[in-house]
Design a protein. Structure first.
Length: 332
C-alpha cells in the first residue's frame, strides 16, 4: 500500500476561518484536540465540549498564540440532561454554528455492561445517543448558518469482516435482552453513526448542511486507556510496535478536517470518509480522505437508518418532527 499523504491539501488548510464557530466534542484529547488545534490555527472560534472541563482547559493552553479563539464548556454525552444544558448554554451565547464535530467516543473494555443514568448502554450512549440529541437540538442553528457541516466519528470496525458484519438490533440497542460484549457494543455504536450521517444527509438535502461519518485511522490517542490493568500493560508493551502502523493524532484529525473544510466534501454529503484503511488496500490513498463505500450492507440500509432515527427520537425524549408525515414505524 502506498504511504499515506496525511495532510489536508494546502488550499484547505490555508482557508481563513475568522468569524466562524465550531463545536468539537471530546476536544481535550487525541483526535478531537488536534482537530480543534487546526481549526483555531486557521482563525475559527472553537467551543471545546468536554466531560472534564479542567482537562479541556489544560489541553487548550497549547493554543496560545494561534490566530483563533476557544472556550471550554462542559458536556457529558452519557447524560442527556448535560446534553440539554450544553445546548442551552451554547445557544444563549452563539447564534452561528459553521461546523459540529461529534468526535467523543469510548469503549467499555470491562466485562460488565455499564448503564448511563438514562438507562442506555454506555458505549452507544456516548458515541451515538448523546450526539444524536445534541445534533437534533442544534439543527436549526446549523441550518441558519448554512453552508455548514456536521461530522460524526465512526470507526473501521463498523464494517466487521465478511463472516461477521455488525448490525443494529433495533429492539435491543441497549443490551436489555442480549449477553453483553464491549467490542460488539462499540461496533454497533459505530454502525449507528454511519447510518445517522447518511439519514441526516437525506433529511437535509434541501438545505446547505452537509453531514459525514469519519474513520480517523488508528490514532495514537488515549482511546481504550481506561481498560483493566492486564490490558493496559499489554497496550504499553505493544505501543512501540504499533507506531509502525498507527497514525499520530494530527494525522488522524485530517479526515474530519477534510470533511469540515474542503470544497469537495459537500458533494458527498452522507458518505463515510476514510484516508485509507485495511479494508481498502487496493485503493490509492488520498490526502484527508475520500468517500469510501462501506463493505457492511447493514451500515448502508436506509430503512434501518430511518428506523434508528425514529426510535432515537423516542428514546432521547424528542418529538419526531416528521413522524406524522412519514408514518415511521419501528418493526418489532
Ligand atoms: N483511536 C483510534 O484508533 C480510533 C479508531 C477509530 C475511531 N476512533 C474514534 O475517534 C474518536 C476520538 O477518539 P480518540 O482516539 O481521540 O480517543 P481519546 O483520546 O480517548 O478521546 C476521546 C474523547 O472522548 C471523550 N469522552 C469520552 N466519554 C465522554 C462523555 N461521556 N462525554 C463527553 N466526552 C466523552 C473523552 O473525554 P475524557 O478525556 O474525559 O475521557 C476524550 O476527550 C472516538 O469517537 C473514537 O471512537 C478512534
Amino acid at each position: 500500500m502506498p504511504r499515506k499523504r496525511l495532510a489536508i491539501d494546502e488550499a484547505t488548510r490555508s482557508k481563513d476561518l475568522a468569524g466562524t464557530t465550531y463545536i468539537v466534542t471530546g476536544a481535550n484529547s487525541g483526535v478531537g484536540l488536534e482537530t480543534t488545534r487546526q481549526l483555531v490555527t486557521q482563525g475559527a472560534h472553537v467551543v471545546m465540549a468536554c466531560r472534564r472541563v479542567e482537562a479541556g482547559a489544560e489541553a487548550s493552553r497549547s493554543f496560545s498564540g494561534l490566530a483563533g479563539t476557544h472556550e471550554v464548556m462542559r458536556l457529558d454525552l452519557a447524560d442527556l440532561h448535560s446534553v440539554r444544558e450544553f445546548e442551552a448554554a451554547f445557544t444563549a451565547e452563539h447564534d452561528r454554528l459553521d461546523g459540529f464535530v461529534c468526535n467523543a467516543g469510548m469503549v467499555n473494555m470491562r466485562r460488565d455492561l455499564e448503564r448511563t443514568t438514562d438507562g442506555f448502554e454506555s458505549t452507544i450512549a456516548v458515541s451515538y445517543f448523546g450526539h444524536f440529541l445534541l445534533t437534533e437540538l442544534l439543527l436549526d442553528t446549523l441550518k441558519a448558518t448554512a453552508p455548514s457541516r456536521m461530522a460524526i466519528l465512526s470507526s473501521v470496525v463498523h464494517a466487521g469482516s465478511p463472516k461477521n458484519r455488525p448490525q443494529l438490533v433495533l429492539d435491543d440497542l441497549n443490551y436489555e435482552r442480549r449477553d453483553f460484549s464491549g467490542m460488539r457494543a462499540y461496533c454497533e455504536a459505530k454502525v449507528a453513526t454511519v447510518l445517522y450521517a447518511a439519514e441526516l444527509a437525506q433529511r437535509l438535502e434541501s438545505t446547505d448542511v452537509s453531514t459525514f461519518s469519519v474513520h480517523p485511522g488508528w490514532a495514537r490517542s488515549n482511546f481504550g486507556s481506561g481498560g483493566p490493568l492486564p490490558m493496559r500493560i499489554a497496550m504499553a508493551i505493544m505501543r512501540p510496535l504499533s507506531r509502525l502502523v498507527s497514525d499520530s493524532n494530527t494525522e488522524s484529525a485530517q479526515t474530519t478536517l477534510h470533511c469540515l473544510l474542503s470544497d469537495d466534501a459537500p458533494r458527498h454529503s452522507g458518505a463515510y470518509f476514510s484516508q485509507s484503511s485495511v479494508l481498502y488496500r487496493d485503493k490509492e490513498c488520498r490526502a484527508g480522505g475520500w468517500p469510501m463505500e462501506t463493505p457492511n450492507p447493514n451500515a448502508k440500509n436506509m430503512d434501518t437508518a430511518r428506523q434508528l432515527v425514529a426510535l432515537s427520537y423516542d428514546l432521547v425524549g424528542l418529538d419526531n418532527p416528521s413522524s406524522a408525515n412519514r408514518g415511521d414505524q419501528v418493526s418489532e
